[in-house]
Design a protein around this ligand. Sequence first.
Ligand code: FAD
Length: 464
Amino acid sequence: MDRYEIAIIGSGPAGYVGAIKAARAGVPTCIIEKGEFGGVCLNIGCIPTKAMVASAKMLRNARRSSEFSVKIDGAISASLEDFYRRKDRIVEVEKKGLINLVESSGAVIKKGHASFLDNNTIKITSDGSEEIIHAKNIVIATGSKPAALPFLPFDGVKVLSSDNMLNLDKLPKSLLVIGGGYIGCEFASIFSALGTKVTIVEALPHILPNMDGDIAKVLDREFRKEKIEIHTNSKIVGAKISDVVTITLEDGTDISAEMALVSIGRRALIDGLGLENTGVSMLPQGIIKVNNQMRTNVPNIFAVGDVIGNPMLAHVASAECKVAIANALGNHFIMDYSVIPSGVFTYPEIGSVGLTENAARQMGMDVKVGSIQLRKIGISHASGEIIGLAKIVTDAISDKIVGAHIIGERATDLIHEIAAAMFQGMTSSMLGRMIHSHPSFSEVIAEAAQDVSGEAIYETRKAA
Ligand code: FAD
């Protein structure tokens, strides 16, 4: 029986980062994966969707070429198959590189389904063969799977999960997106660019319900300009499948489409993991319970990433696994969730960090907000990307930045400047005073920061 200091179950952005960290620390490490190496993120999540987002962006830009004084002779065309082909190529190249990186760190990759026999013993099953390994510490990084609607279960043909969306036989003429969160919105943006008639149905008052309302409003407006139909505050009370998928809303409206994407959230993946052989406790929401050191109630077993349900994001998963590995090696690191930037790769794209204005007010905070439209700064016109805004939320008493939200070109990268400022406890006036290069999209950050105290240069204002 092979013996390891650390065994990690699952090779997503939690597991592979942890495996590299542990192996580089010089301890015997193995990582077990039952599916494709790289997990959801690399195979059916972040990377393939962003590859398709990039194709969709190129297509939109090609259609706008005359705005940039560029003539394209002949038809501009794109197909779902070609988008998929590029996406698959990127995933394969990334996967090879990743496997090489993990192996060269010294970690052993084992292929198969892992299940606990006890707190230190794992059975790995693959194609009928079985292997038993022993590990002093075990990290559960098994990720998540799409949540299904009980009255509209996935069939992979008409009722689709995000997994299916990356592998369809044909482009649907019409697509119903049930759930207007970031995954639903990203697919809406991609498929709309390809010519699919998209309808989004969201139960809450606005699409991207966890995002700042002002930001969601801009996306809603831009989606509608693209002829994406949006129903908010809309609960589904019935569904049937014939040649098309038809859902009935609470107000009696029927909506039909050739296919439906159900994107209502994700559930922790613990199927067949044998947790019952360990005594690891779960929370009522079906996620594994851990403390702030990523340790479960069983001292040598850790859990990280989507399976513990803290914002289900790749970079959070990686950060958690770094903490788990450090602690498995004898440290007492605490996981810091205070600043988590995130991106939504729609057109236009969104970057967000910290509290929304609404959430800050609901917490009873005295709030001051600064905001600026992208169209106010020169680079947006030079680049032909004038849609969007940046918004900074501060604590009115201390002026400390508590959140920031940007929609528009490069928002998913720009947000990190404000994340870094928040991490350092900076105030909006400090950020506003910092020189930002001209012309650059980062000027919206300086302007939004200065707008908190009414001092944005590019906002029209009379002398006091
Ligand atoms: P996963 O990536 O889910 O990996 C878990 C791995 O464990 C899987 O490979 C699974 O096969 C394996 N496994 C499970 N059980 C066992 C077992 N018993 N034995 C062996 N192996 C097992 N996040 C972002 O931050 N940015 C984005 O832009 C983004 N886009 C996304 C787009 C889509 C369509 C989706 C679905 C997700 C997206 N996410 C994004 C979320 C991101 O993919 C997840 O947060 C991330 O993959 C979680 O990482 P993880 O390591 O916890 O789990």
